[in-house]
Design a protein around this ligand. Structure first.
Ligand code: FEO
Length: 394
């Protein structure tokens, strides 16, 4: 891959990671990812905005050599997380004249995480600008998308927003700009769910701020770039503040078939009532898909057998994950089975204090479900449909 022209004066000099399957040793990457770095070449000065994961340092060096870069005046660290900052120490060594520009909060983090010498770092405030001659870098602080130190870099002469993680997607693709909107929508939604969803209220404020900027190009630090910014900005508006859907996500496990019978009945009964039901079998291991389904669901119903007097550990993990991701879900319940007792319901409810939900009466069944148990599931489905209707979920 060679440097690619984003617009006059801005080149993509990043790295595509086709092989990466896991991020943070936690998040599945079914479509790989990319680390997008941008070379901004003004009439007088040159800046590298963000770098790449340290495993791709050689790719970045090769890109800069191919672009003919002999000197960098600035390296901009929009974000201190290592998938973008990890190769900055190499860049500072390679380009000894370069100053490292970042937010004040990022300065301490870059010193701590990467042991970058403090004297190389020049903090920039929200709204500060740096001239490259005929182009300008303007810094927009955007705390908590998704770390506290994050900022965005805007190039007003090109109406280009280099948005770091915000508006990104974990998608390895040869396309510089979005060419398959449906595919990018899914990847961006999954990325939003995994990374950004807990910070919805911060994102709302940042998007209000961005409304004051003229933006023709959004160039995030993962995945393809957006030359039709409304596509991703509209999607974000929907995800952060649109009402949840008339939808029930059912993360579940079944050990000997009892919980499976309950889930099957719930799916059938919800469908009969016009409610979208999304069962998610947790043994599949794709927590990213579960996170994505949580973005716009009105209700979550956890399905669990009883293991050692509590919920199945994978269901407990799903509850912990949902609690951490803070989706805009409004209702929750629990269904499942037990052999001789247990505290699965109390345990699961205690794991989701961040979810501001109304808990609907659980359906816990002793042994294999009988007809009365299935009718209880039907009643739960009817209650969910009624609650969704009263909340005007579409
Ligand atoms: Fe892509 Fe928060 O780093």
């Amino acid at each position: 891959m060679r440097p690619r022209k984003v617009c006059d004066g801005i080149q993509w000099v990043g790295a595509i990671d086709w092989e990466r399957t896991l991020f943070d040793e936690l998040i599945p990457l079914p479509d790989g990812t990319s680390y997008n770095a941008y070379l901004v070449t003004g009439s007088e000065k040159t800046a590298l905005v963000d770098a790449v994961d340290p495993t791709k340092n050689d790719v970045l060096c090769s890109m800069l050599d191919t672009a003919g870069v002999k000197k960098l005046d600035y390296v901009v660290a929009n974000h201190a997380e290592q998938d973008h900052s990890g190769s900055i120490p190499f860049m500072l060594e390679r380009y000894p004249e370069a100053q490292l520009l970042c937010s004040t909060k990022a300065k301490g983090m870059l010193v701590d995480l990467l042991q970058i010498p403090e004297e190389r770092i020049v903090p920039v405030a929200d709204g500060d600008t740096v001239s490259l001659g005929d182009m300008t870098l303007q810094f927009i602080h955007a705390a908590w998308v998704h770390w506290p130190e994050t900022m965005l870099t805007y190039v007003p002469e090109r109406r280009a927003l280099l948005s770091c993680d915000l508006f990104g997607s974990h998608l390895a693709t040869p396309d510089l700009f979005v060419s398959d909107p449906a595919k990018v929508y899914r990847s961006a939604k999954r990325y939003f769910a995994e990374i950004m969803m807990p910070f919805r209220t911060n994102i709302v404020k940042h998007m209000e701020k961005l409304a004051d900027y003229d933006i023709d190009i959004i160039a995030p630090s993962h995945g393809p770039l957006h030359d039709k910014p409304a596509f991703i900005m509209d999607a974000y508006r929907e995800w952060v503040s649109g009402p949840p859907l008339n939808k029930v996500v059912i993360p579940y496990i079944s050990m000997h078939g009892s919980t499976q019978v309950l889930v099957d009945r719930l799916v059938s009964s919800l469908s009969d009532k016009g409610v979208m039901a999304v069962p998610h079998y947790l043994s599949s291991g794709d927590t990213g898909r579960l996170a994505m389904e949580l973005v716009d669901t009105g209700t979550v119903v956890l399905g669990t057998p009883t293991v050692l007097a509590g919920a199945h550990p994978l269901v407990a993990y799903a509850a912990i994950l949902a609690n951490a991701l803070r989706p805009k879900v409004q209702f929750a319940s629990i269904i499942g089975s037990y052999g001789w007792g247990g505290k699965a319901v109390d345990q699961l409810v205690s794991l989701v204090p961040n979810l501001k939900v109304e808990v609907l009466a659980p359906v816990l069944v002793k042994g294999y479900p009988r007809e009365a148990d299935l009718q209880a599931i039907d009643a739960l489905a009817a209650l969910i449909a009624e609650k969704h209707g009263a909340s005007n979920l579409k």
